[in-house]
Design a protein around this ligand. Sequence first.
Ligand code: GLP
Length: 270
Amino acid sequence: MAKVTFVNVDRPALEGVAIPARVYKSSEEAVKDVARNAAGLVEARRQEGTPCVLGLPTGSTPVGVYRELVRMHRDEGLSFNHAITFNLDEYLPIPNDDPNSFQQFMRDQFFNHVDVKENNLHIPDGTTPIAEVDRHAEEYEAAIAEAGGFDLMLLGIGRTGHIGFNEPGSAPDSRTRRVELSAETRHDAAKAFGGLDNVPTHAITMGLQTMFQAERIVLLAFGEHKAEAVRKALEEPPSSDCPASLLQRHESVAFVLDEAAASGLSRMSG
Ligand code: GLP
């Protein structure tokens, strides 16, 4: 199988930083580079005739990556008909067609505009009754294993340092499960939901162990509000206090930052 490497993974780490990190002047430039690299991987797998298994995030951060991939599909013939996708997480409970559901987000931002096959899309089901969540989570894990594991996992980061919805305290060996959202995470979602009381208290998320099995991981963070979480993830010892810092133990991970998100790093300020 052809080895496709992300340019940023090959770059030497910033001094004093535990994970290779590439800092871009703007998020627009960053998302284009990430999309171009992801497209290269998708195309390489297509030429080999093997599926391309992708772990996909939601949130404002990856929107530009999806926009660029949609453009490449439309203008350059990039095909996703051999892609198998697994989203990181979903609110619980939430109706599938709720404008704030990650199901709806992914269809609006990406799936409705490319040729990915409906049967190959996987998003945790926000309508799962509590009594059935464990079974649903096991089936999600089994589907990932059956797909052969992730070629690429794209991640964002929450202000708490969460990845997916693995909030501080999440174990490195955690699997897909129901989780309680932190106050800060719910606060950040309050505007979109039209008030804190409307934000679900729980979610279902892929576990840290599930994510860390990916062959390569790229975490994107843009904006000054992410600077402290990025600093902790890159400069403090790996700890469940900042789940993203546990990525330091992964072999092939890169952070893609804009200058604002990198502004807390001692390398940038020193
Ligand atoms: C949500 C998602 C995360 C995402 C985070 C950051 O909590 N579960 O996967 O990384 O939001 O969102 P944004 O990119 O909008 O800052």
